[in-house]
Design a protein around this ligand. Structure first.
Ligand SMILES: Nc1ncnc2c1ncn2[C@@H]1O[C@H](COP(=O)(O)OP(=O)(O)OP(=O)(O)O)[C@@H](O)[C@H]1O
Length: 653
């Protein structure tokens, strides 16, 4: 290596160690940037930058050493300089709203690619990093770090120093905010901290070339924030160093406050078993998880174990054999098939009560059918779903219990999403051979069957909760806000309320069927008119609002109202009428059409009258036998963004 490249390398390595930080304060909605980085340090950085062409940028957040598998986080190192960071923080401010809005529509297209204006290395003041985006915070113990060239400020006028200091080298590697080594430091009074910093400052004066500046004050509140930064269609974990001023708190006190506000109503440091279906979607579930989800989980200080499914049904055995004491969360990096298997695996356990009390089951959308994520995390984007996972509220949701002659004696099967017969079932199950098409295969199947005007005769018996469309609306309005604190969508805050009710425990009683298959059809169930049931086009029952990313099939579905939705169409409906019905599925307005029956029901039994068709339950093929289903209220814990299903705007439909 020649001398010049050595010098260059040395210089660049020094540059990389530099940190420039903005001043900030805590406000109700997030961390507000209040002042730009010191202008002298920026100037010196700028001048050095102009001398080096190959290493022309000073990274603010290039320190990903504690992010396992951080390579993907570093892939935009070039963009990670102070200029971009400044612009992106400003973008975060804009995006706190943007995310909420795009999530509402559940599209994966976010408007994150806003034009960034170069702010010449200064953080835009008055920008806010919302608590909803903050993954972690840690206090930087400058006394332990020698990597930083920076300036210290002291607020204590008695400590003001007069004279000249050119630069002060302080190590800012930092320690964990909750690390024991840091606790003693945190316990010191702010005065002690300031004294220490001033002494340190004197002992590190570089060989005399600069000016004592009586405006400089010592701050002890250098905090490293890890937050979810929008990048193209995703969010990625990034770090940012801030000098946070607070009239009451210092050091770890501030960190604790930030973490409390950032994880209000949810659990930090989840212990997660991630079950990946390597064949999910177009076969890229593992890659999606590792690149989009895993870094965010690690950045949020979650513990993550990985398991891969090796065959169909494997997740059932995994959930059956799982050590439930090791985890609090099972995240299915898959389509809807794996959550279905996990719920059923847990259900078969002898200690199923403990299992359903201990574990929260959620989905990271890596399959072709990601209805659970769209409904619960409000998105089918894996990175945004991960952000939702770490920020969401644990909530109990209703589960449906299915019984058919061939298996109910051994154990009935649980369904969290839907059961269907007719056009949709055939489109779901009989298009497996075109799996490579991804989600489109389903739409093609539906269009094909509708055009054929196929009919699926059967008998249907129903226990109604809300029979007419008016009854459904009334039920929805009564239960929509049941027990949930208001959500402040403007600030992207998880909850406005401080007190989130504990998720209640269940007992064996919650698994007990009110309508066992063996006891026949109860007297108070209604048999649907045979003019309807002999001509069924679509029979669809479900518990979640979305059955696919853009298909709001059950807009009136609520997480725990104790009932399921039932939607029926007549196979004789003219294609000219079916087309607008199907085109309205993304908005959920299909249920308004006179040809569509929509009720809320507690239980039903469907008896198929034809042989060459299928039942699809949560996207899985079920035997073509009489099927009886009832709701088991609040059986399963999952994570709901803001404690509720994605907004469907059913009340305005
Ligand atoms: N290693 C494997 N080999 C074959 N099948 C598997 C394997 N792992 C899981 N499966 C099965 O793949 C099916 C679909 O899984 P999943 O829902 O995760 O993917 P998907 O792409 O969304 O598919 P779908 O659209 O059918 O729901 C499940 O029934 C599951 O049992």
């Amino acid at each position: 290596m020649d001398f010049s490249s050595k010098t260059l390398k040395k210089k660049s390595s020094k540059l990389r160690k530099e940190r420039i930080y903005s001043k900030a304060i805590l406000i109700d909605t997030g961390i507000l940037i209040t002042a730009q980085p010191d202008s002298d340090s920026l100037k010196s950085t700028d001048s050095r930058r102009s001398h080096s062409h190959t290493h022309s940028r000073t990274s603010l957040s290039d320190n990903h050493e504690d992010l396992i598998n951080s390579s993907n986080l570093d892939d935009d190192d070039d963009n990670d300089d102070i200029f971009e960071t400044a612009s992106l923080i400003s973008c975060v401010t804009c995006l706190s709203d943007t995310f909420s809005k795009t999530s509402n529509t559940t599209t994966t297209t976010t408007t994150t690619d806003l034009p960034y204006t170069s702010l010449k290395g200064k953080f835009p003041t008055n920008t806010v990093i919302p608590y909803g985006r903050i993954l972690h915070a840690k206090f930087i113990d400058r006394n332990r770090d020698s990597n930083m060239v920076g300036k210290i400020r002291t607020k204590s006028s008695s400590r003001k120093l007069r004279g000249s200091i050119a630069s002060i080298d302080l190590n800012l590697s930092g320690v964990e905010s909750n690390g024991s080594s840091n606790e003693s430091f945190a316990r010191r009074s702010s005065i002690e901290l300031k004294d220490y910093a001033v002494n340190r400052r004197l002992s590190n004066v570089s060989i005399g070339h600069s000016i004592f500046d009586d405006d400089y004050e010592s701050s002890t509140n250098l905090i490293e924030i890890t937050f979810a930064k929008p990048r193209r269609h995703d969010v990625v974990a990034k770090k940012l160093l801030l000098d946070i001023d607070d009239s009451l708190l210092v050091g770890n006190g501030i960190v604790q406050e930030i973490l409390e506000r950032s994880y209000r109503g949810t659990k930090r440091k989840r212990k997660i078993l991630v079950i990946i279906n390597p064949y999910g979607g177009k076969g890229n579930a593992k890659k999606l998880f590792m690149t989009k989800c895993y870094p965010l989980l690690i950045a949020s200080r979650c513990t993550v174990d990985l398991a891969y499914t090796k065959f169909s049904g494997h997740a059932i055995t995994l959930a059956e054999a799982l050590d439930i004491n090791k985890y609090d969360t099972i995240a299915c990096a898959s389509g809807d098939g794996i959550p279905y298997e996990v719920i059923n695996g847990l259900y078969r356990r002898k200690d199923r009560v403990e299992a359903f009390n201990k574990l929260t089951i959620t989905q990271l959308p890596c399959g072709s059918g990601n209805a659970m994520s769209v409904s619960c995390h409000w998105t089918d984007n894996p990175s945004y779903a991960t952000l939702s996972l770490v920020k969401s509220t644990e909530t109990r949701i209703d589960i449906m219990c299915c019984s058919q002659p061939s298996y109910y004696n051994e154990h009935p099967r649980l369904s969290f999403l839907s059961q269907t017969y007719g056009v949709i079932a055939e489109s779901d199950i009989n298009t497996e051979f075109i799996r490579w098409l991804g989600a489109a295969r389903f739409e093609i199947g539906v269009a094909f069957n509708i055009l054929q005007r196929k009919k699926y005769p059967c008998d249907i018996y129903v226990k109604y909760a809300a029979k007419t469309k008016n009854d459904v609306k009334t039920h929805y309005m009564n239960y929509k806000n049941n027990g949930l604190p208001p959500f402040d969508i403007e600030t992207d805050n998880i909850y406005c309320a401080d007190d989130i009710p504990e998720v209640e425990m269940i007992s064996e009683e919650n698994f007990k069927l009110r309508y066992p298959f063996s006891e026949g059809i109860p007297d108070d169930w209604e048999k649907l008119d045979s003019s309807v049931t002999d001509n069924i086009g679509i029979f669809y029952t479900g518990k979640m609002p979305y059955i696919a990313a853009d298909t709001k099939f059950f807009p009136a579905a609520l997480p725990s109202d104790g009932v399921m939705e039932m939607v029926i169409t007549d196979g004789r409906t003219a294609v000219s009428r079916m087309v607008p019905i199907l085109l309205a599925l993304d908005k959920g307005t299909h249920i308004q059409q006179p040809e569509v029956l929509h009720s809320k029901i507690l239980a039903y039994k469907i008896v198929p009258k034809i042989k060459n068709t299928v039942f699809a339950v949560d996207g899985e093929k079920f035997p073509l036998e009489p099927l009886q289903v009832e709701v088991l209220p609040r059986l399963c814990k999952t994570l709901l963004r803001n404690g509720r299903f994605v907004e469907t705007e059913f009340d305005t439909i």
